[in-house]
Ligand binder design. Structure first.
Ligand SMILES: Nc1nc2c(c(=O)[nH]1)N[C@H]1C(S)=C(S)[C@@H](COP(=O)(O)OP(=O)(O)OC[C@H]3O[C@@H](n4cnc5c(=O)[nH]c(N)nc54)[C@H](O)[C@@H]3O)O[C@H]1N2
Ligand SMILES: Nc1nc2c(c(=O)[nH]1)N[C@H]1C(S)=C(S)[C@@H](COP(=O)(O)OP(=O)(O)OC[C@H]3O[C@@H](n4cnc5c(=O)[nH]c(N)nc54)[C@H](O)[C@@H]3O)O[C@H]1N2
Ligand SMILES: [Mo]
Length: 652
């Protein structure tokens, strides 16, 4: 049964009762790691936290929450930079789209997706590359379907025939980790077929000659051998994309969650440079971002190398602006990424972590190692809305209000649109707003921060970020959200970025975009006779990330974790749906029931990481990180599958 059949409810399910998380209603502390938590007053919990953080000056890191508002992320990064005097602040963007931001920045000087959602409805060719938007970006996918109904041709490039691929004209089911081979072959075919947009390449790009030489060996037949996709299908995609009047190239984690994620992104961007499919209405590049406000978190400076407004920390003029706005020195060097912070726990140079709305004990690759590292800290404070696995490791747990429905503020989506969110329900128990908690702690550590409300935070951000300056709360209401850049309080910019590339003399208005010179490099975790199966991990429609917010509630869709195999492999192992097997990698081993999915191919298995309390998938994944972006290769592990019983419980 394919993913799409399942999506439509065409099967029987067995409820595996995933864990239900309890909403936090009051602060928790514990006196030592061997003891259990006890309820504490806010005063006691915050005093304890202030002492723990003060003792770790110089060895502190913050994880900021991409589910929470822009305003909260602004205050969180300011807390790290001003109160704790460090740029060690990062978020789940590191596990996710950091390669997109790095790749787009290297090519265009800005890390944002270049197009707006509406443009996908007015385009001719849509390429969904390593993206299962039908499941992971259902709102965006509605716009995609409008485009398709309007005549756009859609291609899906994904090792699995996903629910998204079912809607495509053509599915290119490539081998995991062969995207650069595929992209280079498409590039070569475009060049050889004489379909290059030469005027655009001459005017708006640099490095074409080097690129041409780079892709020359990537004939369609070599690409077929490496990717497993028939040459004719690759050729068809190349011609459709290059000949289209307008084309949108969308990608997500199938591209970024690799040890060479940034290179993958560059390889895709190259195709838009060859054809001029960027910088004008209907043509562009869309890395569909992950959590609802991960775009905003980065824009607000909750990353180690950028100040709010995505302004470079190493620029002395920019630093000076913030130093006078905040009346505080700013460290003149980039902080540690989330990945580097975990490494620094290992060597003892990071001693305390303030974790706001992240669950790294379950979301990091090689989670056993991650838990061990978190345990080694002198002080861990977790501020969340649920008692997560990470919170269970903490010294202090602070209950927050949810960024969604319990808090005022703004968030920023994948098309760079800033939108208001509003409080609609009261938070439970003694839960307090993230910003409130941060300001209270700042006070205890000698910084008197007073914000009347979220709008006051937003106006401070506007005063230091030219891209956000024109977005008053009133205007956000009036326009139902505004995309950045928005430098003035009257008028709006075009919905797409990099129009300068189409101006007669782009050199005057900004630099041309360089082709990325990147090589095909297969996954780090090689399959061999001991670990013969390629495991890729990802998402399902019915659950969310580590399952904290989507775990135990009654849903007709939810069905717990399975290791999904193609029918041939299931037969080869002699296993049936619902039968438990042992899944082992070079790092760990878990028990999981089998599911059979006709969207998979022999040698390829799929698991989610939504039910880590039942099946901790990340014990299997490898911490092989992209050296540029720090993102781990969640999409490619080598595993072995063993039958554990001869009479497993079969699912009818
Ligand atoms: N329902 C739901 N929606 C979500 C989430 C959720 O947990 N549940 N999480 C949110 C978050 S944080 C994020 S970042 C996004 C992620 O959104 P997506 O990136 O769309 O989700 P994934 O399922 O992780 O991965 C996408 C696809 O990559 C494919 N893939 C694997 N390896 C490769 C490869 O080597 N090459 C190519 N081309 N493709 C490959 C997988 O088969 C998968 O279909 O979703 C967001 N939306
Ligand atoms: N195997 C595998 N692992 C993966 C991935 C994969 O594809 N495969 N994908 C990776 C990706 S893309 C991501 S983004 C990460 C996700 O990793 P995490 O961000 O660590 O996981 P989430 O489950 O999204 O955790 C979000 C937390 O925020 C809390 N929260 C929600 N709203 C608020 C709020 O307003 N305030 C506060 N204080 N807390 C709040 C929730 O209760 C929850 O505990 O996982 C990564 N791990
Ligand atoms: Mo993500």
């Amino acid at each position: 049964m394919s993913e799409r059949d399942r999506d439509r409810g065409g099967r029987k399910r067995r409820d595996r009762n995933p864990k239900t998380y309890t909403r936090l209603t009051h602060p928790l502390v514990r006196d030592s790691r061997d003891e259990s938590f006890r309820r504490a007053t806010w005063d006691e919990a915050l005093d304890r936290t202030a002492r723990g953080l003060a003792a770790a000056q110089g060895a502190f890191g913050m994880f900021s929450c991409s589910r929470a508002t822009n305003e909260m992320n602004y205050v969180a990064q300011k807390f790290a930079r001003v109160v704790m005097r460090t740029n060690n602040v990062d978020s789940c963007n590191r596990t996710c789209h950091a390669p997109s931001v790095a790749g787009l920045s290297a090519a265009f000087g800005s890390g944002g997706g270049t197009s707006s959602y509406e443009e996908i409805e007015h385009t001719d060719v849509i390429v969904m590359w390593g993206s299962n938007a039908r499941f992971a970006h259902p709102i965006f996918f509605q716009h995609v379907l409008k485009g398709v109904r309007g005549g756009a041709r859609m291609y899906a490039v994904d090792p699995r025939r996903t629910s998204t691929a079912e809607w495509a004209e053509s599915w290119l089911g490539l081998n995991v980790g062969t995207d650069i081979a595929m992209a280079h072959a498409i590039g070569r075919e475009i060049i050889h077929a004489g379909l290059v947009n030469e005027a655009f390449v001459r005017r708006a790009t640099t490095g074409f000659e080097e690129y041409r030489e780079l892709v020359e060996p990537w004939t369609l037949s070599l690409a077929e051998k490496v990717t497993g996709v028939p040459a004719a299908a690759i050729r068809e995609l190349a011609h459709a994309y290059a000949r289209a009047e307008r084309a949108q190239l969308c990608w997500t984690l199938g591209i970024t969650e690799h040890h060479n994620g940034t290179d993958n992104v560059r390889a895709l961007i190259n195709l838009s440079l060859l054809t001029g499919h960027v910088g004008r209405y209907g043509s562009g590049l869309q890395p569909l971002r992950g959590q609802n406000n991960v775009q905003g978190g980065g824009d607000m400076g909750a990353i180690p190398n950028r100040l709010p407004g995505f302004q470079d920390l190493l620029d002395p003029g920019i630093r000076l602006k913030f130093e006078s706005a905040w009346d505080s020195a700013i460290q003149p060097r980039y902080g540690m990424t989330l990945t580097e912070m975990f490494e620094a726990m290992e060597d003892g140079s990071l001693r305390a972590v303030y974790c706001i709305g992240e669950n790294p004990a379950q979301s990091e690759a090689d989670s056993e190692q991650a838990v061990r590292r978190l345990r080694s800290l002198d002080f861990l404070v977790v501020q969340d809305i649920f008692l997560t696995k990470t919170a269970e490791l903490a010294d202090v747990v602070l209950p927050a209000t949810a960024g969604w429905a319990e808090t005022e503020g703004t968030t920023t989506n994948s098309e760079r649109r800033v939108q208001r969110v509003r409080r609609a329900v009261l938070p439970p128990g003694e839960a307090r707003e993230d910003i409130d908690i941060l300001c209270d702690l700042a006070g205890r550590l000698g910084h008197d921060w007073k914000y009347a409300d979220a709008e006051a935070v937003w106006n401070e951000l506007r005063s230091v970020s030219p891209d956000h300056y024109g977005m008053t709360y009133d205007r956000l209401d009036e326009h139902q959200g505004i995309q950045w850049p928005c430098p003035t309080t009257d008028g709006l910019e075009p919905p797409y970025l990099h129009g300068r590339l189409w101006e007669k003399d782009p050199e005057l208005r900004g630099r041309a975009a360089p082709f990325g010179i990147v090589q095909h490099d297969p996954p780090v975790d090689l399959t061999d006779e001991h670990y013969p199966i390629r495991l890729t991990t990802g998402r399902r429609l019915d659950s969310y990330n580590t399952g904290v917010q989507s775990g135990g509630f009654a849903s007709p869709l939810r069905r717990g974790e399975y290791v999904e195999l193609c029918p041939e492999d299931a037969e080869r192992y002699g296993v049936v749906v619902g039968e438990e097997v042992r899944v082992s990698s070079r790092r760990g081993s878990v028990l999981a029931p089998v599911w059979v999915d006709t969207g998979l191919r022999p040698g390829l298995a799929f698991m989610t990481f939504h039910f880590p309390d039942e099946v901790d998938t990340n014990q299997l994944t490898i911490e092989a990180n992209c050296p540029i972006a720090g993102t781990a290769e969640f999409k490619a592990s080598a595993i072995r599958i063993e039958k554990v019983s001869t009479s497993g419980p079969a699912l009818r």
